[in-house]
Each structure stands twice: as structure tokens, then as C-alpha cells.
Design a binder for this molecule. Sequence first.
Ligand SMILES: [Cu+2]
Length: 117
Amino acid sequence: MKTAITVATLAFLAIANTPAIAESGHMDMKHGAGMSHDAGQPMAKMSEGTVKKVDKAAGKITIAHGPLENLNMPGMTMAFAVKDKAMLDQVKPGDKIRFVAMDMGGTLTVSSLENAK
Ligand SMILES: [Cu+2]
């Protein structure tokens, strides 16, 4: 008798739990859809840095930069390629800038920059 009651209780609990599991799965799906919507937004997280050197001939800029979250990089001084050499005309060593750097085919490239005053 005792055994039969236990089995019946477990069966009841299993049935009672099923809607809860289904519901949490549904909520996860809604959450996932929301995240993919956010990923569709243009992401232009600007990083801050100070121009150390501008090499117009090579199309490179050396920047002492703060942490670059999108590249998972700590602050350091390093050279970047630039997407457009014309971008180098608007900066000179010592300038404080905001910029977006990204990995373009293995080359860390500044895709946009602006003076930070
Ligand atoms: Cu770096």
C-alpha cells in the first residue's frame, strides 16, 4: 500500500512539473529572440586613446588606448591600420581621440575616429 501511494505521488509530481518546464523553455526562447534583435543594432562602441604617432605613408596610427572591450584587449600602446588614410589628416600626435577598432581579416583596423576635446 505504502509503495503504491509513493508511485502515485511521484507520477503526480512529474505531471505537475511538466507545465513549469515547458513555460521556462518558452521564456528562454523569448529572451533569445530579444538578444538577437539587439545584435542586429549597429554597434559602434567608441574607445578612448591618445595619438602617439601618425604614419600617413603606411596608413598607420599608433594609439595609447584604454581597454578595447570588443577586441577583449587591455589598455596599451600599439599601431593600428586605418580603414581610410584620409582619417589620418584629422589627427596629430598628442591628440585625444575616440575611435572604433576592429579585427578586419586579422589586421586590427581603426574603422572610425573622432577628436575628443
Ligand atoms: Cu592594443
